[in-house]
Design a protein around this ligand. Sequence first.
Ligand code: SF4
Ligand code: FES
Length: 248
Amino acid sequence: MNLKLKIWRQKDANSKGKLHDYQISNVSPDMSFLEMLDVLNEELIAKGEEPVEFDHDCREGICGTCSLQINGEPHGPDRLITTCQLHMRKFNDGDTIYIEPFRAKAFPVVKDLIVDRSAFDRIQQAGGFISVNTSGNTIDANTIPINKHDADNAFDAATCIGCGACVAACKNASAMLFTSAKVSQFAQLPQGKVEATERVMNMVRQMDLEGFGNCTNTGACEIECPKGISLENIARMNREYLSASLKG
Ligand code: SF4
Ligand code: FES
């Protein structure tokens, strides 16, 4: 396949960026999207030009770093996959592909296609954990019976990889789907009940402090989420928040 790429180039956080045109030939439909970018970068390096910077690590859909806005969609045209799992067979010979960083005030561009998603880390640090006594009397988590429905729901919420596609997909740049997944993975387990009140209050407060927008129930986040995190988690977080507010 021969493709025209329109890629966002931005020197650093303080520079203005713009789309640059690149032509790439002989792209195999079996290549992953990131492999296609690797080939482009090899060509750029051979010509003495600066390669396009983009985030990636596992290339297996696990780490959540490969966040690209492809033709206006976070992680591109496929569903329930990350950018590293997207293959060039989803495109046609002669296509023009727009490749941009995730757009959100709370995710400032670091360089080219790389954004700073440390806002997610700070939300997580505000309450996305449980405190466990490790003094020698620790009870094995597996000795606490949990019904399958709750265990499955908690596990589903815990599959969020923190990629940020939910924010990039949302017209308000809301982080409600991410934050609600991180609240929900504990809210449904007995181990998470102890700190439930502070957890939801602190995580929502941090989410607002980071400058993410509000949820207006559009649902784009759920559609673009590579892990299929359900909007039900947002409803659960709202219930947790209301109950915590009444206690506080
Ligand atoms: S909720 Fe989905 S889209 Fe949002 S950070 Fe988690 S995995 Fe990514
Ligand atoms: S590189 Fe890790 S999820 Fe894509």
